[in-house]
Design a protein. Structure first.
Length: 149
């Protein structure tokens, strides 16, 4: 496991955030809640998470049909996965969201915005799928982060 402790106990460094360029050029449609392009230096360490679902570490699944509970647990799980790679939400440059129904999108976005830096939102893709690994699971989220090395 990598350690990027700056002495304060934090695993993230300011350099990881300030050396990444988040852009949404005027030549593209203005996005809501994500950036069109993220450029990062070759000196950073990339961290990928697998898709995270609304299942707690003890195996408890968030309530079926509850978009908010499922989104909160999914984004918390993404945070745990990032931490395992010595990354934080401030390092995230890309999110991919898989949803079974677009009806939950307003709730997902509201919860997501509690985790990401809304002033420098990561690039994002949303994919509607016919189903996920369990019929009661509404969404899955994976992330890519860049940590200064």
């Amino acid at each position: 496991m990598w350690s990027h402790d700056d002495g304060s106990g934090a695993l993230n460094s300011v350099e990881a955030v300030t050396s990444i360029d988040f852009a949404s050029p005027s030549t593209l449609w203005r996005p809501g809640g994500y950036s069109h392009v993220v450029s990062l230096p070759a000196t950073g360490r990339l961290v990928w998470t697998s898709g995270q679902v609304p299942v707690a570490a003890d195996g408890t699944v968030a309530p079926a049909g509850d978009w908010e509970a499922q989104a909160r647990l999914v984004f918390a799980n993404v945070g745990h996965a990032l931490a395992a790679g010595d990354a934080t939400w401030a390092d995230v440059v890309k999110l991919t969201l898989f949803v079974v129904d677009l009806a939950g999108l307003p709730t997902i976005r509201r919860v997501r915005d509690e985790f990401v830096d809304v002033q420098r939102p990561p690039t994002s893709s949303l994919v509607q799928v016919a189903g996920l690994f369990r019929p009661d699971v509404l969404l899955e989220v994976e992330a890519v982060a860049c940590v200064a090395g």
